[in-house]
Ligand binder design. Sequence first.
Ligand SMILES: [Mg+2]
Length: 396
Amino acid sequence: VWPEPILHVDMDSFFVEVERLADASLRGIPVAVGGSGRRGVIASASYEARRFGVHSAQPTATALRMCPELRVVAPSHDRYSEVSAAVFEVFRSYTPVVEGLSLDEAFLDVGGLRLHLPSAVAVGESVRKKLRDDLGLPASVGIASVKFIAKLASKAAKPDDVFHVPAESQKAFLADLGAESMWGVGPATLAALERLGVETIGDIATMPVETLVSALGPTNGRHLHDLANGIDPRAVVPDAEAKSVSVEETYPYDLETRNVMDTSLLGLAQRLSSRLRVSGLRCRTLTLKLRKADFTTVTRSTTAETAFDGSRQIYGLAVGLLDSIADPRAVRLLGLGGTSLESASEPVQRQLDADEDWERVEDSVAEVQARFGAGSVGPARLLKGRISRNRGEEPR
Ligand SMILES: [Mg+2]
């Protein structure tokens, strides 16, 4: 049995690297993927750009001040979903125990490969080589006995390397890391830790568990004490048991009319449908998220009789959910999420009113998108929506 069977694989500046596959002029220079509108935010920065202090979640205007020669590329989300599906296919060619955290990172439990490969480190190197050879993408891999240390190790590996934390040296590895780097520690917990004078994970590890319990409550206090001491009972949960798949978009200008919102929902429905299909999942519950210009967020959910993944059904349900929100105006963000997920390979009871012709169309659309890119086919209305939205982005 391998003492460190958990891999955390994290693609290096994933969006940027996918853009570089299509445009070689982006190689070796500071590049960021992000919005260029007035609410534009950096989604991914190349390592050349990070040297100037550019980072994700930063307003694009700030990034351009820090690095005036920065090339800012508009995101191509459909392409990222497609390449992500290929990345996950590589992961699943090693083990079925793959838990995706986002489009570009996942935990892999590779313990089952011990009869085939000499060590978990050899698996990590092999995964990296395959991603590089087959897809042309760099990735960093953290290897450890438990999930949370593997996640920290991949960060230590970046960019483009492997970092292995042997079980016997994990305490030393954790000791000097900042408490804020602990995975799953939110701002409230961090603030409480700061009040206790905690700076590093080592500080948490050596603190009496009673102190943590009285500051954070019994569940959180003990959990954090365990993590800091390298104890993380969370197993790698394969994606078929994933909790949700979601997509969202922040708009450069507030959406004011119902027509524009419906068009945006159609685009989101298509993206959610393609995300579900590439993951081999169907959902039973659909949630609409709507954020207004004043940052109030409203969510509405609905659950269907049978699981679904088709964009037309998602769109129909989404429009119904939007109908249930009084006066949806000044909308800055819309999102759709699918929960109550089921594996698409499970036989579903067909709905009596299912429109089989439409399903055939959707299947062939999915096939064409898989082969030629998600932008290759789609409802005509979406195309119109794109044109008018682009027009809306132009400075007035
Ligand atoms: Mg990444």
